[in-house]
Write a protein that binds this ligand. Structure first.
Ligand code: C5P
Length: 226
């Protein structure tokens, strides 16, 4: 089956807007594959740190990205997808704030993005793909028949993250999280390489004040219109 005949739902937007939860729900509901492209940038940053490659060494980072040994194993019902790097489970490790920030530093570099491009496109397999990221609808899958840009106010995203981290026992303040979210948004939206922005043909959904179920229903409605 050619790539073009396999449908893609591209879901882009800033960190903390609920893309991870929603894309997992969509993939499960439809029985489609899932691409968490942010995890690939996080894994590149983590693998580089482990190998002693500096986060400003572009050539070194490209080599790390090109040779990433990663696997995504579906989680059992209600559990997140398990992420393996060199065969070891790094599911929790890649979710830390520092790994997310490091990911956004390496993601600024076009050659690093190029090194991860085909790996992302290879996820496009029958019967369909739900793709989560920043440039799914603009760069990686520009032909996707369904494009959603899921956003939420920075305050709401910081509040959600704060609640998650507090539940996990972490010692963080709302203000620190809000500052980090704003800095990451700024970097993602203003970089030259694949900046975060809605594709021209994307439907924008603002999840501020909506429940997960409401956001999911809106996304399913958008998917059904295509
Ligand atoms: O979505 P997540 O928070 O896991 O992404 C981590 C970082 O990776 C983002 O802040 C962004 O800089 C980068 N990223 C990207 N393009 C994607 C997915 C993530 O640049 N498609």
């Amino acid at each position: 089956m050619s790539e073009l005949t396999v449908p893609v739902i591209a879901v882009d937007g800033p960190g903390g807007a609920g893309k991870g939860t929603i894309t997992q729900m969509l993939a499960r509901e439809l029985g489609w594959h899932l691409l968490d492209s942010g995890a690939l940038y996080r894994l590149t940053a983590l693998a580089a740190t482990r190998k002693g490659v500096s986060l400003d060494d572009e050539a070194g980072l490209v080599a790390v990205a090109a040779s990433l040994d990663v696997a995504f194993e579906p989680g059992v019902e209600g559990e997140p997808v398990r992420v393996l790097l060199d065969g070891a489970d790094v599911t929790r490790e890649i979710r830390t704030e520092s790994c997310g920030n490091n990911a956004s530093l390496v993601a600024v570099m076009q050659p690093v993005r190029d090194a991860l491009l085909q790996r992302q496109r290879d996820f496009q397999k029958s019967p369909g793909l739900v793709a989560d990221g920043r440039d799914m609808g603009t760069v990686v899958f520009p032909e996707a028949p369904v494009k959603i840009f899921l956003t939420a106010s920075a305050e709401e995203r910081a509040r959600r993250r704060f609640n998650q981290l507090k539940d996990a026992g972490a010692d963080v303040t709302m203000q620190d999280l809000l500052d980090e979210i704003r800095a990451r948004d700024e970097r993602d939206m203003n970089r030259a390489a694949a900046p975060l922005k809605p594709a021209d043909d994307a439907q924008v959904i603002d999840s501020t004040g909506l429940s997960i179920k409401e956001v999911f229903d809106r996304c399913m409605a958008v998917a059904g219109q295509a």
